[in-house]
Design a protein around this ligand. Structure first.
Ligand code: ZN
Ligand code: ZN
Length: 209
């Protein structure tokens, strides 16, 4: 499996490009910005985007989705519980002092237990609310990889003091769903370095397993 991680935009959101080597089908997760760099990576690997996944509707994760859809024709996949946040992109842009990007809307609504496919790759969708109501994580069992959005970080968890945040919900999502994954699962968080489920269960300062 091809897995490229590109930190995009002002807040260095980790955009993941996941590609199937045989079919050259791909899933792009969190194209927050720097769409021309994302497109260059897709071209370099000869990949066709099947789905654009938004882990949650913060501007650093969703900001480039409408542009990437216009360039690739791929549908935008997101949880409906983040619709209100997506409609407030102007306010979010104001916090950062950047121009307001287009709200892509939702082409396919995400649900707990959905399976997203790109060639032979299967990614399971976990609804992990707390950082935002519609936050989701993607687990790829065959590769033991988790794309965690801003729910779980190396040594930390997503902030819950922004609109829609809920500290009890994020703890329940992490302990009830993410910490039940195999300990050797490699976690790609929405920002910063990779970690593993086992490492976070033992050492995370905010949520222990
Ligand atoms: Zn966020
Ligand atoms: Zn973020």
């Amino acid at each position: 499996m091809i897995h490229e991680i590109l930190p995009v935009g002002l807040l260095a959101c980790n955009c993941s490009i996941i590609g199937d080597e045989a079919s050259r089908e791909a899933i792009v997760i969190d194209p927050g910005d720097d769409i021309s760099e994302i497109v260059a990576i897709l071209k370099r690997h000869g990949l066709t985007v099947k789905t654009i996944v938004i882990t949650h509707a913060h501007i650093d994760h969703i900001g480039g989705a409408a542009r990437l859809r216009a360039l690739t024709g791929a549908p935008v996949y997101m949880h409906e519980d983040d619709t209100v946040l997506a409609e407030n992109l102007a306010m979010q842009a104001g916090w950062l002092g950047v121009p307001t990007p287009e709200n892509p809307g939702i082409d396919k609504a995400a649900k707990e237990g959905d399976l997203l496919r790109a060639g032979a790759i299967e990614a399971q969708v976990l609804h992990t609310p707390g950082h935002t109501p519609g936050s989701l994580s993607l687990f790829i069992p065959a590769e033991k990889k988790l794309i965690a959005g801003d729910t779980l970080f190396r040594g930390s968890v997503g902030r819950t003091d922004l609109p829609g945040g809920d500290s009890r919900a994020i703890t329940a999502s992490i302990q009830g769903k993410l910490y039940r994954l195999p300990e050797d699962t490699v976690v790609t968080p929405g920002h910063g370095e990779e970690t593993t489920i086992g490492r976070e269960k033992k050492t995370n300062a905010f949520v222990r397993g």
